[in-house]
Design a protein around this ligand. Sequence first.
Ligand SMILES: Cc1ncc(COP(=O)(O)O)c(C=O)c1O
Length: 306
Amino acid sequence: MQPSPIQEIHSELLKVKKVKLLLKRDDLIHPSVSGNKWRKLKYNLAAAKELNHTTLLTFGGAFSNHIHAVAAAGKAFDFRTIGIIRGERLDSLNATLQYAEDQGMQLHFVTRSAYRQKNTTSFHIALQEQFGRFYSLPEGGTNTLALKGCAEIITEIKDQLSDAPTYIASCCGTGGTIAGIIQGSTALEQTEILGVSALKGSFLKGEVENLLATANVSVSTKWSISNDYHFGGYAKFKPPLIEFINDFRKTHQISLDPIYTGKLLYGIFDLIKKDYFKEDSTIVAIHTGGLQGIEGFNQRYGGLIL
Ligand SMILES: Cc1ncc(COP(=O)(O)O)c(C=O)c1O
């Protein structure tokens, strides 16, 4: 469903702080290629067809939203798909990998140390020898064409809202989605962009700068990355995050995932409490999907997410 709908979130806190929070529901774009995954794949799939590729090959961890999305997109758009998966194959596949295999994706497990070599030429040549010619999608699907797809989030927001929002916020893993949003934000120059990192550390700003430079984007918008809401690091969590996600679902009937969007919305509400956002401002938060990961998360941690 594009443009993805924009939904207002109502709460006492928002009223008291005089802040309007809108959620752009990219999670509703497509049942299996949802959220930022569709945005990132759209122009890559077109390029792969244009170059007469019949095989997509990509990389990811065992619970990867990207692996799930590429498997689904391959089935929908008639590509053979190969997933290079970090770690050993276990006797029983988790929900994400089982889904990928059911879509016809060929799963190829490599050790963690081999996986670290995935961007080297020798690794690429070995893959070509093994699998033949393929269109390679990087881990997380982030490349220049992915940025182009994510930039369309901004053109949609511009068409959908009569007034430009004060802030647009999205969560970050590789930084591709927020880089695309920054790229698109030349269309909304007064709007400030906030990325909330799902990873521990402060390297993401540099990653985003590199992605923008590679895509030849000159930036005029104000943007920043918050490194305060990773809850211990990638795929790590603490009880307050789970509580927040379950409360949010109960109150607003909207599911959030514990890896990305839960951390984003937790961060936004915390920043609202701390008066980070100006009074009378409008924030558009991007719901980047990732809900497929809840099943695997619950398998691992005993049904924490309701
Ligand atoms: C659901 C979801 N949201 C956000 C992100 C972060 O996107 P990016 O890697 O482009 O920073 C990801 C990872 O790609 C994701 O799967």
